[in-house]
Design a protein around this ligand. Structure first.
Ligand code: SAH
Ligand code: SF4
Length: 387
């Protein structure tokens, strides 16, 4: 629970109705305010031209305004853009825009469910004679740093500085959408940036309601993926609160407790037995699958025997597996295995009948790849300054 009052950007339409009705405003005003913020991405009350002046003044007095200040855009050769954003208290977070690419290990393979939805959209576009558009996936952060302490992850090494509010989580998408380029559509949002979303459950759940609200950004729930290191009670809560509609990705990274606890301290609290039970109990809709993320760390979890254990562990669960060769981080001597070792690991899983892909490194030259979202920005080359 957050003890601070709810930020206006974090309010849902029914909450606007209640607060504005109490002030004697027309009931339609609640919808208008929510539209300005979440459909049009306008956070400055002075620009909300169809509202009466006294209401605009009231909104400004309540603190409605920009929640994130874009500081820099780092643009990678492969089209990936990392945005460095400053929060009201001076802390910085990052969000990444990933335009779709084709070929092995592409975005489409990364999110098979979303890809199926994309195919349906492409067909509709083709029938309407429309030119194909570039699909963009946005990766967002939920905390400044992270308390989970995974040794291969820059956020984990940094430790938790603070939780983000729902307005700061959803605000990243409002900004990301505003920064799309010609021909691009924001299609998927993945909670895979800095932080552990389920450790900041209230704000994460509220941001999911905001992003998927039909009066707002209106993302389809199957296009929104929450990635977790395995907080068992909150996996159940997410499943219950959203009826299993939100896509789930689980950072597994090992198939035995000893190996997993060495890489991920959270495993000591919620070992594999409990985690697998939570995944089995997740009320997944038919034909949808859980994404298993497996960061391959040389000498730690990359043995073919571990792949065989993994195949056994996941037996019977509807999953797709993403193998991610570890992106090196400055604070750790851990690193990725060689290509042959990655291929051997993948082959064991493919032979066992799993759909298993090696995730391409995207945005490597701007440290936008997984686990490289660092706290204070900006060692990488600045390709383009904002504004
Ligand atoms: N805390 C959540 C979501 C953010 S991390 C989670 O752990 O799932 C998103 C993904 O990036 C996780 O699967 C995580 O294990 C992976 N990751 C973190 N550091 C990485 C690194 N250095 N190289 C490759 N993947 C990494
Ligand atoms: Fe936190 Fe996820 Fe990084 Fe682990 S991998 S430290 S849970 S952000």
């Amino acid at each position: 629970m957050r003890s601070t009052p709810l930020h206006p950007v974090a309010r849902l339409p029914e909450e606007w109705s209640a607060s504005l009705a109490a002030r004697g405003e027309r009931s339609f005003a609640a919808k208008q305010v929510f539209h300005w913020i979440h459909r049009r991405g306008i956070l400055d009350p002075a620009a909300m031209t169809n509202l009466p002046a006294r209401l605009r003044e009231h909104l400004a007095a309540e603190g409605l305004g920009e929640v994130l200040t874009p500081e820099r855009v780092h643009r990678s050769e492969d089209g990936t853009r990392k945005l460095l954003l400053r929060l009201h208290d001076g802390a910085t977070i990052e969000t990444v825009l990933l335009p779709s690419v084709s070929g092995p290990g592409s975005q489409a393979q990364l999110d098979a469910d979303a890809a199926a939805a994309d195919d349906e959209d492409d067909e509709a576009d083709a029938q309407a004679g429309a030119t194909p558009r570039t699909r963009v996936t946005q990766c967002i952060s939920t905390q400044v740093g992270c308390a989970m302490g995974c040794g291969f992850c820059a956020s984990g090494v940094a430790g938790l500085k603070r939780h983000l509010g729902a307005e700061e989580i959803a605000g990243q998408v409002l900004l990301g959408r505003a920064m799309l380029e010609e021909g691009e559509d924001l299609r998927n949002v993945v909670y895979m940036g800095m932080g552990e979303p389920l450790h900041n459950y209230e704000a994460t759940a509220r941001s999911l309601r905001l992003l998927t609200h039909p009066e707002g950004i209106n993302l389809s729930t199957r296009r929104v993926t929450v990635s977790t290191s395995g907080l068992v009670p909150e996996i159940a809560r997410l499943g219950a609160d959203f009826g299993g509609q939100i896509a789930l990705a689980i950072s597994l990274h090992a198939a035995d407790d000893e190996t997993r606890s060495a890489l991920m301290p959270i495993n000591r609290k919620y070992p594999l037995d409990a985690l697998l039970a939570a995944l089995r109990a997740y009320p997944l809709p038919r034909r949808r699958r859980i994404t298993v993320e497996y960061t391959l760390v040389a000498g730690q979890n990359d043995d073919p025997a571990e792949a065989r254990r993994l195949a056994k562990l996941l037996r019977g669960l509807p999953v797709k597996i993403n193998l991610i060769p570890m992106n090196p981080i400055e604070a750790s001597s851990l690193g990725p295995p060689g290509q042959e070792r990655v291929a051997a690991f993948q082959e064991v899983l493919t032979e066992a009948g799993y759909s298993c892909f090696v995730r391409r490194r995207r945005g490597d030259d701007v440290s936008a790849a997984c686990g490289q979202l660092v706290l204070l920005g900006a060692k990488p080359k600045v390709r383009r300054a904002l504004g």
